[in-house]
Design a protein around this ligand. Structure first.
Ligand code: AMP
Length: 410
């Protein structure tokens, strides 16, 4: 794991801490509809407040092209105050006099949220001068934005090289959980990879099979593997042009002693809609107009057997079209099984990726997992074995001894 400093070695009292957070949360009609990411940030905020830091939060929100009120972080401030149970000041810009003047009024232990860093196009260009403008505002930098760590942007990458830099508690927890799963896991390690297509997960699959003991495939992507092995998958979602890529993954898996578990049966329908008449079918019985929209009960039982023999599980992607009943059964059933095994201490379970979290939420088991990553793209890139720029930059941190530029104000 990349080495980086944590809050354990930061004496934040009286310092202006620039905290990069992921406040890119769903907002509808000016209200935050899912505060999970905000809740996950609270431990870092409270720890810094307790130490007497002046906390200045940097975050992006959406993909604005320049300043655009529709992408203001202002509505997020209200949700942040609620979750934190403390007032949060707001400044209309993340650099310059507006930000500086707002920071001047902060007392130790107080929190200020700066406006969307992406209102400046230099942010996504990782512009060093823009990073310097942000760095000039504070004494130290804390990155708690793991979901944005796969992007080399000014507030996630360049800035970490300009100030003493630390990982926040959420970043630390994410990296510890992911390392526990792939770098020095308790074996056997199983990964469940589902979802629609293999074309979006080729790097991930190729990396995983070199590291884990069993790869369970489900969802639409399993159809492509079955097709590559000569099974007729009828009218199912299947990337036929990816058959060679699928065969290559199976070959790499063989070389690394990774077993691949493919579905032996499916839940099929002639049309893809909620409550469409559905049938359980073995692979050999799939007809030309059948769509496999979920894995079948025999396949789910085989997964449960594998899970019972596993010590660590990584899960990304649903086993079927879980948003459309009855094609949710295998995903729901497996989620409950993973929950039971985790809760009884037999399995370390780590899940991530937007659809996976939505599926676990539907099963009511999000809180039963050992760790659920708040990241989408960063979680996937990490599973692909790629270096995340935001994490790498933390290991180039300046020494702790760097003096505060800004004298304490209370
Ligand atoms: P991904 O974003 O690649 O993880 O794919 C998630 C999507 O795959 C979800 O919206 C599921 O409904 C869909 N999906 C999973 N299994 C199937 C399937 N057998 N046929 C069609 N769509 C599926």
């Amino acid at each position: 794991m990349t080495s980086f400093k944590t809050l354990d070695v930061l004496d934040a009292k009286g310092k202006i801490v620039l905290l990069r957070a992921t406040l890119n949360v769903p907002v509808q009609n000016g209200k935050v509809t899912d505060a999970t990411r905000i809740q996950r940030l609270v431990p870092t905020l409270q720890e810094l407040q307790k130490q007497g830091a002046r906390v200045v939060i940097l975050s992006h929100f959406g993909r604005p092209k320049g300043r655009d009120a529709a992408f203001s972080l202002a509505p997020v401030r209200t949700a942040l105050e609620k979750e934190l149970g403390a007032p949060v000041a707001f400044a209309d810009d993340c650099v310059g006099d507006t930000a500086k003047n707002a920071i001047k009024t902060l007392q130790n232990g107080q929190v200020l949220l700066l406006e969307n860093v992406r209102f400046h196009p230099e942010e996504t260009k990782n512009d060093p001068a823009f990073a310097q403008k942000m760095a000039d505002l504070g004494d130290v930098y804390v990155n708690d934005a793991f979901p944005d760590a796969h992007r080399a942007h000014a507030s996630t990458e360049s800035i970490a090289r300009l100030l003493p830099a630390y990982a926040g508690r959420l970043m630390e927890a994410e990296l510890k959980a992911l390392s526990a799963a792939l770098e020095n896991p308790e074996r056997p390690v199983t990964a469940i990879v589902g979802g629609a297509k293999i074309s979006t997960k080729l790097d991930l699959l190729n990396n995983l099979v070199t590291k884990i003991d069993t790869l369970v495939l489900g969802g639409g992507m399993a159809n492509t593997f079955l097709h590559a092995l000569g099974t007729d998958v009828g009218a199912s979602l299947c990337e036929k042009d990816m058959a060679d890529a699928a065969r290559k993954i199976m070959e790499t898996a063989r070389r690394h002693n990774c077993r691949i578990l493919l579905p032996v049966d499916g839940i099929t329908a002639k049309e893809f809609r909620a409550n469409a008449p559905a049938q359980e079918k073995d692979n050999a019985d799939i007809s030309a107009d059948d769509m496999i929209l979920d894995i079948g009960p025999k396949s789910t039982d085989a997964i449960k057997d594998v899970l019972r023999q596993s010590k660590t599980l990584l899960w990304n992607g649903p086993l079927g079209a879980f948003e459309t009943p009855p094609f949710d059964a295998a995903t729901m059933d497996t989620a409950k099984d993973v929950s039971d095994l985790t809760q009884s201490g037999k399995l370390v379970s780590i899940a991530g990726g937007g659809d996976t979290i939505a599926a676990l939420a539907q099963a009511g088991t999000v809180d039963d997992m050992t760790y659920v990553s708040t990241a989408g793209g960063a979680f996937l890139e990490w599973l692909e074995g790629k270096e995340l720029p935001g994490v790498a930059a933390l290991s180039h941190a300046m020494p702790d001894s760097a003096k505060p530029k800004h004298p304490s104000c209370g």
